[in-house]
Design a protein around this ligand. Structure first.
Ligand SMILES: [Zn+2]
Length: 271
C-alpha cells in the first residue's frame, strides 16, 4: 500500500500543466488517489490573438476550472499576476506565496517548470520554476516566512516539466490517461485556438501551404491539437516501450536517502 501523497503543481499559465503533465497528474489521481492542487500564477491575459485581455482573463479562468474538474484536481487557484510580466514580481514574494500553499495543503510533491532548463524562452516559466524550487526546498524551515498560518512542511519530491528529452530522465507511461490528458487540454479552448493561430501564422511566414491549418470548422482546432499531442507523446514513449509518455526531470529534494543510502523517496509512477 503506497502512502497517499499530496501534490502542488505550480504553473505560469492556464494550460501549462495540461500540455506538460496532465497524463501523469491523471495517474496520480486515478491510480494513487493523490490530492492534487494547481496554482496558476498569471492571469493568462496574453493567451490569444483574437480576444481582449479582459475577456481572456475571464474565459481562461473558467476553462482552467473545467480542466481541473476533468482531471479530478482538489482546487485550481489563480494568483492573477500579469501574463508575461511575472519578472516584475519580487522573487521572494513569489516564493512566499508558493510556500504558503505548500504548507496549507501539506504538499509532498512539487510539479512545475524546470528552474534550470536550458533554452527556456518564457520569462514566466523561468520565474515560476525558480519560485517553486525555492519554496519547496525551504518550506520545512520554520525561519523561512515564519508568518504563515500553517506549520513548516518539507517537500520531498519534484517533477520538473521538460520540453526536451535531453532535460528529462523520468519518462512516465501515460498510455492509460492520454485521452484524459487531451480532454483536459481541449477544455482550454481559447488557448488551443491560440496554438493553432500561432501555427498558421508560422506557416504563412514560412510561405508553406498546410491546408489542414486553414478554413478549420468549429472543432477543427481540437482535432489538430489532439493529433499533435498524440504524436508528441507517442514519440516520447516509443523508444521506451510505451504507447504514450510524458517527460520530467525528477528530483529528490530531501537529504534522508543521501545521508543513509536508503531509497525511501521514489516516483510511484514507475513500478
Ligand atoms: Zn506557459
Amino acid at each position: 500500500m503506497k502512502r497517499k501523497k499530496t501534490v502542488l503543481a505550480v504553473a505560469a499559465h492556464a494550460d501549462d500543466l495540461e500540455f506538460m503533465a496532465a497524463g501523469t497528474v491523471a495517474r496520480f489521481v486515478d491510480e494513487f488517489d493523490y490530492n492534487v492542487y494547481e496554482y496558476i500564477l498569471t492571469d493568462n491575459s496574453k493567451g490569444s490573438y483574437r480576444l481582449s485581455p479582459q475577456t481572456l482573463i475571464e474565459v481562461s479562468a473558467r476553462e482552467a476550472g473545467e480542466a481541473g474538474v476533468l482531471l479530478g484536481l482538489r482546487e485550481v487557484r489563480l494568483e492573477g499576476y500579469r501574463d508575461g510580466r511575472l519578472n516584475e514580481v519580487h522573487p521572494n514574494v513569489l516564493r512566499d506565496k508558493v510556500m504558503a500553499f505548500i504548507r496549507e495543503v501539506k504538499a509532498d510533491i512539487i510539479m512545475s517548470w524546470d528552474p534550470f532548463a536550458p533554452y527556456e524562452d518564457h520569462p514566466d516559466h523561468r520565474m515560476t520554476g525558480m519560485a517553486a524550487l525555492e519554496a519547496a526546498a525551504f518550506s520545512g524551515n520554520p525561519l523561512f516566512h515564519p508568518g504563515h498560518a500553517n506549520p513548516p512542511r518539507p517537500v520531498t519530491e519534484a517533477y520538473w516539466f521538460a520540453k526536451h528529452p535531453m532535460n528529462a530522465e523520468l519518462f512516465v507511461d501515460i498510455s492509460a490517461t492520454i485521452d484524459k490528458k487531451i480532454a483536459a487540454l481541449l477544455a482550454h479552448d481559447c488557448q488551443m485556438v491560440l496554438t493553432v493561430d500561432a501555427l498558421l501564422q508560422e506557416a504563412q511566414t514560412l510561405g508553406v501551404e498546410l491546408p489542414m491549418l486553414e478554413n478549420l470548422d468549429d472543432n477543427g482546432h481540437k482535432d489538430l491539437i489532439a493529433a499533435g499531442v498524440r504524436r508528441w507523446c507517442a514519440e516520447l514513449g516509443e523508444p521506451r516501450g510505451m504507447a504514450f509518455a510524458e517527460q520530467f526531470r525528477y528530483e529528490k529534494l530531501g537529504m534522508l536517502d543521501r545521508v543513509f543510502g536508503t531509497d525511501f523517496v521514489k516516483p510511484d509512477v514507475i513500478q
